[in-house]
Design a protein around this ligand. Sequence first.
Ligand code: FAD
Length: 398
Amino acid sequence: MSEPQTCEVLIAGAGPAGLLLARRLAQAGVSVVVVDPLQDLRQAAFSSAALPLSAVTAFQLPAHVQAARWRGWQLHGPDDTPRHWMADHDLGAVLDFGALRQWLAEQAVAAGARLQLGWAVRGWHTASGGAIASLRGAGGQEQAVECRWLVDATGQRRALLGEPPAAAGALVAGAGVEWLIQVPQAQWQPWAQRLSFMLGSQWVPQGYGWVFPMQPGQLKIGVCRLHDARREQPPLHQLLRQLQHRLDLATAPVLDRHGGLIRSTIRRREPHQRGPLLGLGDAVSTGNLLGGEGIRHAMASSDVLAPLLLEALGGKLEALRGYAPMLRRRLGWRWSLSGRLARRTWLGLHNSAADQRLARLLEGLQQKSSAEELSALLFHYRFERYGLKALPYVLGWR
Ligand SMILES: Cc1cc2nc3c(=O)[nH]c(=O)nc-3n(C[C@H](O)[C@H](O)[C@H](O)COP(=O)(O)OP(=O)(O)OC[C@H]3O[C@@H](n4cnc5c(N)ncnc54)[C@H](O)[C@@H]3O)c2cc1C
């Protein structure tokens, strides 16, 4: 191996979190390198990438990364009846996840960051004044990079931080499979402008199915469920096939197949730092299990870490002590509640009693809630509208 390269911050992972942090730091004049084993960030677009409009605005996401806008909800309950909630204005977007990563990468590079695609960080050790990371290229070539700070932004893999300690609470894991399909315009239309979910144990035991609109003529269809070691769970591909048949989408050509995991601790008490190593995004459990979403939370972690890391680079090392508590505050108390709710709701959804509870909940939502209120519930976790005392009943805890 040749002499190590040097930079101030080395970021492992060119996901939304790593790329946004790279941009923020590079804009402040820091020398940043981002490394990812992907050769092309437009490929392996594993995420459904549905977001509320507040996130689109907050992160100033341009039109070309938004495949479609949505303004309502369509929930198919255990009884198969679709219920609709539509607003008269947009409530969110479904992104093209590959285009989002590509745009974030271009922004980071334009700000001065260096992007090294086709390389993975394989290991690291502390060195005087920082860390030395070992990188491996797609062809097996090796490289060392010396940095003051190393950031694990490798998503739920946590390639550098490793699994959280037992004291942080168990990791709750959800697995998802999604296909991008091509449909005639007439078949696309009924799914346009809305997020559609299929809920109930006859659709997906211990999880849910979905259909999201992409650009005209394309839909994302997927299934996700929480992992339960105590039960035998049917293969996800089989559930996805059943969903396609029931929704009359089985003959549509499949343009792309992808999937992945979301894994988070509910309380988020894992260490966010180990010496010169910092965790970012899903690597420190920002992925939310309730709706299986985490892009905006991962990017929020970059917002929180960037100014603290700049202070640390300026010599104020103690600034980083504020990182984990500040991120917890940014995500808010509802975030943990939503995680607990996710575990209860999805893990319990495997019998007719749970289906009946769910049907009652959907009925109540249809009577009481507008599309905006449903968004506030599912994206902003505003459960208290139902009264905190009533909450355990709403959730089926009592
Ligand atoms: C099926 C599915 C559907 C989803 N749907 C939604 C949704 O609708 N809305 C939403 O907001 N979120 C959704 N999510 C979650 C969302 O995609 C993640 O929360 C988000 O991508 C996390 O961003 P991140 O930057 O922390 O990590 P990631 O996006 O996971 O990026 C991590 C990067 O690290 C790279 N990497 C891995 N190992 C190494 C290594 N050793 N060295 C260097 N790089 C490495 C990976 O290649 C990857 O590019 C979904 C996830 C899945 C699996």
